[in-house]
Design a protein around this ligand. Sequence first.
Ligand code: SF4
Length: 317
Amino acid sequence: MTKIRLSLGSAVVLGLRKARMDARPTTLYAMLGETCMGACRFCAQARDSEADHKFLSRIAWPEFDLDSVLARIPEAEGIGRFCLQTLLSPGLPQMLVDVVQRVHAVSDLPISVCMNPTVPGWLPKLKAAGVNRVGVGLDCATEETFSKIKPGFSWDRYHAFLDEIVDVFGTGSVHLIVGVGDTDEDLIHQIQEAYDRGCTVALFAFTPVRGAKLQLPAPNAGRYRALQLARYLISSSRARDEDMAFAEGRLTGINVATDVIERALDIGTPFRTSGCPDCNRPLYNERPGGTMYNYAVPLGENEKALAREELASYWEE
Ligand code: SF4
């Protein structure tokens, strides 16, 4: 019997678990694969990680029979997407095609898959099975950081894979992590490059996980806000990386009309979770009561004011 793991929030939405939720997911998040052959330094699922393998970032992923999940997907309320995270494991591409076909057979939800580069030929098969978008954990903004953080993977192969994804699907999602060694300048150039390539960018905050190899602090909230604002302006074509000023790699200013920035801060959208449409990943990087790096729901007035303060503290430092 095929097994699949669900993020705890997704399991609650499907009625397979009971737990109190501060914010409901608007995408169902599932994970395929037993253990990962990769060795990404930040990841609880890496083959050499001593972290609890129940977790990915801050989220627990209990396991269920695929049949019981499929039976409940059509009834899920307030859900706009189904996302399958994948671990690099033997036989994954075929298993992925099978699971996607079965999800697609019971639901019209658009399906995202987050995966490592795979051999040519599988992307059209995934599309034919019902995949709508593919996301890639590039995670790092430079080849130098990538080679330290994702040993065994090829920077060039990841970029070639992104081009294959855009060829097949018309777009793709690039996942980037703030806080694993890249500067603001590195990250903003990579964000611009991703949009120029036809992809969108999902920003994550590095989340220290006990037992994972990489032990660094979580990023400063003000720095994260500045990068979210830059991503938002680039994604909406209101600015390009060349409009941004840097000092020793740190973002020091954005050369666009003040009212453009004011409007972005007024609506708070830059600080919402970024990624595929309807992806909100509640509490993926966040500790309840800690810094809300990616807001899963629209920001209230207090949260917008806090984001302004955090941003101002970074500019003034
Ligand atoms: S951006 Fe969200 S929905 Fe898209 S692949 Fe990443 S986690 Fe899944």
